[in-house]
Design a protein around this ligand. Structure first.
Ligand SMILES: Cc1cc2nc3c(=O)[nH]c(=O)nc-3n(C[C@H](O)[C@H](O)[C@H](O)COP(=O)(O)O)c2cc1C
Length: 228
């Protein structure tokens, strides 16, 4: 068994063990839906792969976990025009309203995984625009309150600001009163990935494992919270 298979097998076993231990049985039989959002303007690239790795791991925790992937790559999403009613009225409808919001609101997810590339050690502009537009889910009612959210970041450098990006996204989401979660041990703040192999992020074993650890933790928390 090579190191990669070993790590994957270990995480799979951990997922099963944790499901046996309780959270998987605690959702009163109802499905939990975890939505992963990749916030790179490049569709299907490293951030998308990382978010999908986290979603796959989330699914492995319990058969009740259903996952859905939203790739913001290629979508036109502008930042908020401001919170005032007049500004809201002027906000032109774009891909956020047409293609993203329906997948986040109807129905609301039980958990979220958000991934962004590190752009100059901060989140991508697309990610910021997405987070600003998410304001529609916090007023007049905090619709994302108490939902577990995990965050991942991808950078071209090993220390390219990934943890800073995670912190920035977590800080923004606290305004929704979400429950920020990290990952299982080794990925406690979230998943950090290193795009060192010409966009083949699957070669970053450590990073992909951290994405899996994040997905498992979000799934565990979502199952637990769904118990009510
Ligand atoms: C404008 C810009 C700024 C970037 N700044 C950083 C950075 O500060 N740190 C880093 O590690 N990588 C940086 N990168 C590289 C990306 O984070 C990296 O290529 C990432 O894998 C891109 O994600 P994607 O493949 O999902 O598009 C930057 C890339 C761009 C385009």
């Amino acid at each position: 068994m090579d190191r990669r298979t070993f790590l994957s097998a270990g995480l799979g076993a951990a997922a099963l063990a944790s499901a046996d231990a309780g959270p998987g049985q605690s959702a009163n039989g109802r499905e939990v839906r975890i939505v992963g959002v990749a916030c790179s303007p490049r569709q299907g690239k490293t951030t998308a792969t990382a978010v999908n790795a986290a979603l796959e791991a989330a699914k492995s925790v319990d058969s009740k976990v259903k996952v859905e992937f939203v790739d913001l790559g290629g979508l036109e999403i502008s930042g908020s025009l401001g919170g005032a009613a007049s500004a809201k009225a002027q906000q032109p409808k774009d891909d956020f309203d047409l293609m993203v919001l329906p997948r986040l609101r109807d129905p609301l997810p039980d958990g979220l995984i958000i991934g962004s590339p590190s752009y100059f050690r901060t989140m991508s502009a697309l990610c910021k625009a997405f987070l600003e537009r998410l304001a529609v889910l916090r007023s007049p009612k905090l619709l994302l309150a108490d939902k577990p959210v995990g965050v991942l970041a991808v950078g071209a450098y090993r220390n390219g600001g990934q943890e800073l990006v995670i912190e920035q996204i977590q800080a923004a989401l606290l305004c929704h009163e979400v429950m920020v979660v990290g990952g299982k041990p080794g990925a406690h703040q979230g998943a950090t990935l290193w795009n060192a192999y010409k966009d083949d992020i699957t070669k970053d074993e450590f990073g992909i494992e951290s994405a899996k650890k994040l997905g498992i933790r979000v799934a565990e928390a979502a199952l637990h919270l769904a118990q009510g």
